[in-house]
Design a protein around this ligand. Structure first.
Ligand SMILES: Cc1ncc(C[n+]2csc(CCOP(=O)(O)OP(=O)(O)O)c2C)c(N)n1
Ligand code: SF4
Length: 285
């Protein structure tokens, strides 16, 4: 088995002690090792935020770009290199606010990407402004009278948009989170996990204790392939918060398969002569 230490999950970070990003990184390292993946076989794409620092702190190929813009380059790599495992890590703000447009159209494409959203229901890096998933009862330094908008439901949104794998997990349930990550990485298509990840410095509502009292694991009797049941489950929030694979659809074509001109080609392995590009540049001049 690959040793999880190869991913350097204990490397020093700028995250606060107790931040939910720390156990999340540990789970990820263990999952990649248990799936027998080497660092060279994985590329991680991120935008901006505390969550988006992940490729700085774990040893895989990494691309750290603009706020909310992790998905477009990830899709590019997926088209060019089907041999690479592509993982996107992003915060709730990065995904559902700045990246809102990208997640929407990404779901329509169904690329073969595992997307792990660190949902701490706050903007952590910029010191605690409200994010789309913040509770209405939360007050922050910039929203001292509370949030004036209703929270966004990412699980319901993704199911309604036709995402082919939608799960929720919690960093306080490590074995559960690892099982979800493995299922997402192995899913053929776009797999979103909304991961409940406490920000111990700026979100004083959604703490580890708050979640421990509320989260419950979906049992074997839950049928994750039923769209209407999934929408009902996605609506559960408050005293009881379900975690698990909330919706899954098999057999939907992935983005690459809709491009027959690519076929089985691994574009990064193809040697193009510079002259071929010159002809194209001349034509477009
Ligand atoms: C286009 C753009 N808008 C705003 C910012 C400022 N900014 C940097 S990080 C951040 C919030 C990050 O919050 P989130 O994505 O939830 O991640 P977290 O830090 O909580 O993990 C913002 C608004 C930016 N860098 N770029
Ligand atoms: S501010 Fe919040 S999200 Fe950022 S490192 Fe600290 S606990 Fe984690």
């Amino acid at each position: 088995m690959v040793n999880p230490e190869i991913y350097e999950p204990n490397r020093e970070t700028a995250w606060c002690p107790g931040c939910g990003d720390i156990p999340l990184r540990q789970c990820l390292a263990e999952v990649l090792a248990e799936l027998e993946l080497k660092p060279s076989q994985v590329t991680m794409f991120t935008g901006i935020g505390q969550a988006a620092k992940m490729p700085h702190y774990i040893k895989v190929n990494g691309f750290n770009g603009l706020h909310g813009r992790a998905l477009p380059p990830a899709i590019g790599m997926r088209l060019a290199n089907p041999e690479m495992k592509v993982i996107v890590e992003s915060g709730d703000g990065d995904t559902y606010a700045e990246g809102g447009n990208h997640i929407l159209h990404n779901i329509r494409r169904n690329p073969d990407i595992a997307h792990f959203v660190h949902n701490n229901q706050i903007y952590g890096l910029t010191k605690g402004q409200a994010s789309p998933t913040s509770e209405e009862t939360l007050t922050t330094s910039t929203q001292p009278n509370g949030i004036t908008q209703r929270p966004f439901n990412p699980v319901k949104f993704a199911i309604a948009m036709g995402a082919t794998f939608v799960a929720r997990s919690f960093v306080g349930k490590k074995e559960h989170l690892k099982a979800m990550m493995k299922a997402a990485i192995n899913h053929k298509g776009y797999a979103l996990i909304d991961i409940l990840q406490p920000c111990v410095s700026f979100n004083k509502i959604n703490t580890y204790q708050w979640y421990m009292k509320r989260v419950y694991e979906l049992g074997d009797d839950y049928n994750s392939t039923d769209y209407h049941d999934a929408i009902k489950k996605a609506d559960e929030w408050g005293d009881n918060i379900p975690i698990g694979i909330i919706y899954k659809a098999e057999g939907v074509p992935i983005f690459r398969d809709r491009h027959p001109q690519i076929g089985d080609r691994v574009l990064v392995k193809e040697k193009k002569h510079p002259r071929e590009f010159q002809a194209l540049i001349d034509e477009l001049k």
